[in-house]
Design a protein around this ligand. Structure first.
Ligand code: 5RP
Length: 223
């Protein structure tokens, strides 16, 4: 199977996982990226079986609406059973690097609200130690240089993601050459830098379920 077929398989597995728990008034949290897009396209086939969705980006909101799925503002939603999203890296402890698509802040907010975070990823995303994928950090534009200097002190090599503005109007620094042995500690340290909006380390709040696409089929890892 190629990578797209693995993404398709985990998207289907996520549908199979959540569908039995959905009712006509359920709202589903939906992530951003190519794997999430496969999920959205499948979710569209079941739009009569739930109420609507909360989107982690403008791009996802657009795609959901094209399928006729109502998109709600998170502020008006007080019960979110599932959040389904991809990842750039995932460990066996279900800690993640996310933000390759620059949607990390809204992704982290929706993940925080959801009771169950279902991460879907092809097998290439599975790592023992996080950090080979450059760690995205969303930053208030005027703090970019200051935050970059602070990230260097933490051992990383930040690179400004040229030409990218997040849905929140901010910029992204991608931090290279990290070998993240203490994900919770690093998440907290980066969050504490003034000017940082969000770091794409999902360690303090990891996924609850990881559906991993492999040549042998979809493997489910749970916390
Ligand atoms: C977007 C994300 C994505 O989930 C992550 O980049 C994985 O994307 P893809 O499914 O395209 O590999 O965090 O901000």
């Amino acid at each position: 199977m190629n990578q797209d077929q693995l993404k398709q398989a985990v998207a289907q597995a996520a549908i199979d996982y959540i569908l039995p728990h959905l009712s006509r008034d359920s709202i589903v949290g939906v992530g951003t990226g190519s794997t999430a897009n496969f999920f959205i396209d499948l979710l569209g086939q079941h739009k009569m079986e739930f109420d609507g969705a909360v989107a982690s980006s403008e791009a996802t909101a657009e795609r959901l609406k094209k399928h006729g799925i109502p998109v709600y503002d998170l502020n008006g939603v007080n019960n979110l059973e599932f959040y389904v999203d991809g990842a750039d890296e995932a460990t066996e402890h279900l800690q993640l690097i996310k933000g390759g698509g620059a949607a990390l802040t809204r992704e982290k907010i929706v993940a925080a609200v959801a009771r169950t975070f279902v991460c879907i990823a092809d097998g290439s995303k599975r790592v023992d130690i996080l950090g080979e994928f450059p760690l995205p950090v969303e930053v208030i534009p005027m703090a970019r240089s200051y935050v970059a200097r602070e990230l260097v002190k933490l051992g990383g090599d930040p690179v400004y993601r040229e030409g990218v503005k997040t849905d929140n109007g901010n910029v992204v620094l991608d931090v290279h050459n990290l070998h993240i042995v203490d994900p919770v500690g690093l998440e907290s340290a980066i969050n504490n830098i003034v000017g940082v909006v969000t770091v794409g380390l999902f360690a303090a709040r990891p996924a609850d379920v990881l559906l991993l696409g492999t040549a042998e089929g979809v493997k489910a890892l749970k916390r």
